[in-house]
Design a protein around this ligand. Structure first.
Ligand code: NAD
Length: 310
């Protein structure tokens, strides 16, 4: 069945969602937005979006409703509260949850949407704020093929790769385990870099070697760490609080499956210490400075000077 021009909703306009919503607008899609931070909604309204007063109002006006929220608690509230998406959604609508969410919460939201005649795709993303800004995210999708095909225009406006991984909830499992592997790899990387500096090699040299060797084909080592940790700048691109949430959800998933996860538990403890020090709102790479503290060295890169204009 061919549908007319569908109205798109976007709830959660933060570091990722704000940039993704801006891309949908520049692709010419009609957008209705909501965020508890009214300034975030006004910023999108200035680009042509319509503002709604609640998640329910977004759902009442839209055929496809996107969410990009901090985590399971906020996602449950946005969908299931009295003024939430489920209370306003029309039969036939599809929700795309870009949140890195807990599989159990995804399942309960999907069940409530199903009772209302709507469908959920869990669609966590990878690629950071640059990917969100330039539409080069990788999006993992769990849900029906029909819902995915219907949402393809929206997904392809924000992502360079759309991977259909299976049924609703499977994408969240893939995403949590991927992020868990990234944080463990970052911790191992920093353990080695601090030892290298302590052993007498310049941080600039070590970073260059790591970036140009096998480990280097890694977005964190190529983009995230040079913009944050290696400059000692912890303005949040991906906050410590959200990274710790992802890690804790992955460890919890392993517990539910009765699978051992020793490295992840070690990394989670390091992240818990960073949060306990009051660093929740800083960039997640700040937890790696605990390695520096324990080794008594810093791993900082000389800022690159721009090429002179010819
Ligand atoms: P963020 O904290 O910057 O943005 C979340 C937004 O949700 C904020 O604008 C907040 O005001 C809004 N919000 C919170 N509760 C709300 C509610 N009840 N109703 C409406 N809006 C509400 O987070 P982010 O960095 O944009 O991340 C969003 C999701 O994407 C998270 O699940 C995160 O784990 C995931 N993620 C982030 C990155 C990254 O690099 N930042 C990369 C991949 C995935």
């Amino acid at each position: 069945m061919s549908r007319g021009r569908e109205n798109i909703g976007f709830i959660g306009l933060g570091n990722m969602g704000g940039r993704m919503a801006a891309r949908l607008l520049s692709a010419g899609l009609p957008l209705v937005v909501y965020d508890v931070r009214t300034d975030a909604a006004f910023a999108l309204a200035a680009l042509g979006a319509r503002r709604a007063g609640s998640p329910r109002e977004v759902a009442q006006q839209c055929d496809i409703i996107c969410t990009s929220l901090p985590g399971p608690q906020q996602a449950a509230a946005v969908f299931l509260d009295g003024d939430g998406v489920v209370a306003g959604v029309a039969p036939g609508a599809v929700c795309i949850d870009f949140t890195t969410n807990a599989p159990a919460v995804v399942a309960s939201i999907a069940a409530k949407l199903r009772s209302a005649g709507a469908e959920l795709l869990d669609a966590p993303v990878s690629g950071g704020v640059e990917g969100a800004r330039n539409g080069s995210l990788t999006v993992l999708v769990g849900g029906s093929e029909a819902a995915l095909q219907r949402c393809r225009g929206v997904l392809e406006a924000v992502a360079a790769a759309v991977i259909h991984v299976g049924k609703t909830g499977d994408a969240s499992i893939c995403k949590l385990l991927h992020n868990c592997a990234v944080f463990c790899a970052n911790l191992a990387t920093m353990e080695c870099l601090t030892v290298g500096v302590k052993a007498g090699v310049a941080a600039d040299v070590l970073i260059d070697v790591f970036q140009k060797s096998g480990l280097g084909r890694n977005l964190d080592l190529q983009v995230a760490m040079p913009a944050t940790l290696f400059q000692g700048n912890f303005e949040p691109r991906y906050s410590m609080e959200l990274a710790y949430k992802d890690m804790s959800l992955a460890v919890e998933l392993a517990r539910q499956c009765e699978a051992p996860m020793e490295m992840a538990e070690r990394c989670q403890r390091e992240m818990a210490e960073a949060v306990a020090r009051g660093w929740a709102g800083r960039d997640n790479t700040i937890f790696l400075t605990l390695r520096e503290e324990r080794t008594g060295v810093q791993v900082r890169q000389t800022p690159k000077t721009p090429e002179p204009a010819l």
